[in-house]
Design a protein around this ligand. Structure first.
Ligand SMILES: CC(C)(COP(=O)(O)OP(=O)(O)OC[C@H]1O[C@@H](n2cnc3c(N)ncnc32)[C@H](O)[C@@H]1OP(=O)(O)O)[C@@H](O)C(=O)NCCC(=O)NCCS
Length: 400
């Protein structure tokens, strides 16, 4: 790829993620208010960015209806107080929405059309349950274009267990438990909190402030995981303990050309190296990140051995395990999801891609020995998305 301009990830923030549903902390909070809150938080901590210099705003949501409709990038920009001269648009690639916001704004920067852009996503899975009001064309099933399993994400995870029997339920549970433990350790060490924008919660019970992710279960044990129901199939292997939970939350990032960042005195946290999306059979959508990563690495002229840190979205344990297995990486390799992942933090579909980037950027600052990192995720209906990043703090003499 020949980019006219280098693309850098200057900064990213997110709201704490809440459990979806009536017991979730955002049940009484509008979806657009979540993304607006994140945008204001991002701009406040980057006061050197002249708001009128932001060339475009891309905000993703999977269900673009109600408070997630109306071209979110534009509505959120107005609500966040950006000048009316700043345009915006909405993006949808289901789980890879925010990732696609980043690659779309990043492509505009690389082409020379933009100097600065905001890219993020939001999903309120409580207010907008997965697939609600969707009307898949009957041809999908009638003409066997896809199997019925393809439309149920949990079933696609069961299908990966079927395909790879060595990726056992025990391995999936252990991966889920480790995710919980790693997130708890990262919180205890204060790694996650700096990139969270607190959200005020109102309601009949009074006011409070959301300051951390709500779905964490640090006490998770293998014994308890073994007893959980398998909601997607009788005697299946996919449970609430080895799946990402239904989640509400928003994420946003500031991208810039390297020259605009320099001009404005902004210190980039990551440099965009390459990205790719790829398709697989929709019934095994969790395998999507394998071909998208191979493609992104090929475009970058790198191999998987060059990647020092992996931020993989944990839609389901088995889906991440299939990726690791393909590339010959151990289940508990320390380079992978160092601070845990979506099983513990949550996965508000179209928001998650930037959550991976926020964590990778923070880890880059701590790992000058690492030159390249990968963010990757699977996508409903059989896709994967992968972005390769370079660490501006890289120092070839530093050691792990
Ligand atoms: C798996 C799923 C169906 C579970 O939904 P749920 O039943 O509402 O989940 P809950 O949080 O209520 O958990 C179910 C039970 O497991 C228990 N549980 C969940 N995680 C646990 C853990 N780590 N340790 C111990 N118990 C746990 C809960 O306490 C609950 O127990 P209860 O029934 O006695 O109250 C749902 O999270 C889901 O659909 N996840 C996938 C989302 C998805 O497809 N995203 C897109 C990916 S591409």
């Amino acid at each position: 790829m020949v980019a006219r301009e280098e693309v850098v990830f200057v900064d990213g923030v997110r709201t704490p993620f809440g459990r979806a549903g009536e017991k979730g902390m955002y049940w009484n909070t509008r979806s657009d208010d979540l993304i607006v809150k994140a945008m204001i938080g991002l701009l406040e901590r980057n006061p050197r960015v002249p708001k009128e210099r932001i060339d475009d705003v891309a905000i993703a949501a999977t269900t673009q209806q109600g408070d997630q409709g109306l071209t979110l990038g534009r509505t959120a920009a107005i609500l966040a107080g950006l000048p009316k001269s700043v345009p915006g648009f909405a993006i949808d690639r289901m789980c890879a929405g925010a990732m696609t916001s980043v690659t779309t704004i990043g492509s505009g920067i690389a082409f020379g059309a933009y100097d600065l852009g905001l890219a993020g996503g939001v999903e309120h899975m409580g207010r907008h349950p997965m697939g609600a009001n969707a009307d898949p064309n009957p041809r999908f099933l009638a003409e066997r274009l896809v199997g019925a399993d393809a439309l149920n994400m949990g079933m696609t995870a069961e299908r990966i267990h079927d395909r790879f029997p060595h990726l056992t339920k025990e391995r999936a549970d252990r991966f889920g438990m480790r995710s919980q433990q790693k997130v708890a350790a990262a919180y205890a060490a204060g790694k996650i909190q700096p990139d969270l924008v607190p959200v005020a919660l109102g309601g009949s019970a009074g006011w409070s402030l959301a300051t951390e992710d709500q779905g964490m279960r640090p006490e998770t044990s293998m014994e308890a995981l073994a007893t959980l129901k398998t909601p997607f199939r009788p005697h299946g292997r996919v449970t609430a303990g080895n799946s990402s939970p239904l989640t509400d939350g928003a994420t946003v990032s500031l991208l810039a050309s390297a020259s605009a960042a320099k001009e404005l005195g902004l210190a980039p946290k990551m440099r965009l190296v390459s990205f790719a999306f790829a398709g697989v059979e929709p019934e095994i959508m969790g395998l999507g990140p394998v071909p998208s990563t191979e493609k992104a690495l090929r475009k970058a002229g790198l191999t998987v051995e060059d990647i020092g840190l992996f931020e993989l979205n944990e839609a389901f344990s088995v889906q991440v395990l299939s990726f690791l297995d393909h590339f010959g990486i151990d289940d508990d390799d320390p380079r992978v999801n160092e601070w845990g992942g979506a099983i513990a933090i949550g996965h508000p579909l179209a928001a998650s891609g930037v959550r991976l980037m926020i964590q990778l950027a923070a880890q880059f600052a701590e790992h000058p020995e690492v030159r390249y990192g990968l963010t990757a995720m699977c996508v409903g209906l059989g896709q994967g998305g992968s972005v390769v990043w370079e660490n501006p703090n890289w120092n070839r003499k530093a050691r792990r």
